[in-house]
Design a protein around this ligand. Sequence first.
Ligand SMILES: NC(=O)c1ccc[n+]([C@@H]2O[C@H](COP(=O)([O-])OP(=O)(O)OC[C@H]3O[C@@H](n4cnc5c(N)ncnc54)[C@H](OP(=O)(O)O)[C@@H]3O)[C@@H](O)[C@H]2O)c1
Length: 322
Amino acid sequence: MASSLDFTIPTNIKAWVYAELGNPADVLKLVSDARVPEITEDQVLVKVVAAALNIIDAKRARGFLKDNDSPPPIVPGYDVAGVVVKVGDQVKKFKVGDEVYGDINEISLVRPKQHGTLAEYTAVEERLLALKPRNLSFAEAASLPLVLETAYEGLERTHFSTGKSILVLGGTGGIGSLVIQLAKQVFGASRVAATASTGKLDLLKSLGADLAIDYTKENFEDLPEKFDVVYDAVGQSERAITGVKEGGSVVTVGGPVTPPAFKFHVTSKGSILEKLNPFLESQIIKPVLDPKGTFPFPQVLEAISHLESGRPTGKIVIYPIP
Ligand SMILES: NC(=O)c1ccc[n+]([C@@H]2O[C@H](COP(=O)([O-])OP(=O)(O)OC[C@H]3O[C@@H](n4cnc5c(N)ncnc54)[C@H](OP(=O)(O)O)[C@@H]3O)[C@@H](O)[C@H]2O)c1
């Protein structure tokens, strides 16, 4: 049973919902009579202030997870930043009124929650959340969890450490923009190279890349230098493995895997966000939001269309909600 609270929680809420799989533009509908999710004893109820989109949201609606998903109707959305309005009996870390952020699905591809973050309220286990960095807006905080945790877990899995060099494929995407910053500022990379298209090379440099490679003009395979680690955030592991030194590691997060590259799927952990909060609060690591700006709640379909173009810069955030 949940403890009492000061916040008034409505019975019916606004949410984006699909009842059948398909093209998000066809199946995803904005409703105003969704139910507030019940919380279990280890969960909190969060009043959603901002949510970020991830490509998995669109793939999931299209049926990518259909053998391992929650049953429809589904409210999509993994990333959230908001305010705790109710806590379960076993919740220890958070209280009503806390500003939090996180990825609400612990194992990204295994039965993600039926009720996600594209709604006025969402229920989430406390272990998946952290307090929002004080200096970040809700929109900035919502942009981070899934991609920040993926960037960090991938670097850890390659045993990345001080003095190593890294090549990041897709340096201006949600994951890549954080891999560059984490590698340089948190793990102590000696050298960071990254790829993007012509108009985004200055951004690569501003994120900390020593070498910005325009993938429309040159092939990283032709570089004379090789790297201790290649982080493939594009889905090109067959090419990525040509950029690594003998004995180095190649990690990929999408597409087919060509050994010795390896792939993993992120596990959501509030503890990683807690560990990185000091770097966010001191602005050593900065969120990158798409230059189109945030998309208000009624414009989720436009936001998904931009996401599926494959060309966003940094993250697409839905704000304000509702
Ligand atoms: N395994 C996991 O746990 C996990 C977790 C999250 C995401 N993923 C997967 O990881 C991949 C990346 O996700 P994301 O959210 O970072 O993607 P994203 O933000 O949508 O990536 C968009 C960026 O990719 C860049 N890009 C596209 N083609 C490129 C190329 N050939 N070379 C260099 N850059 C290129 C684009 O830059 P330009 O405009 O310059 O082309 C754009 O800035 C997706 O496949 C996603 O499904 C996996």
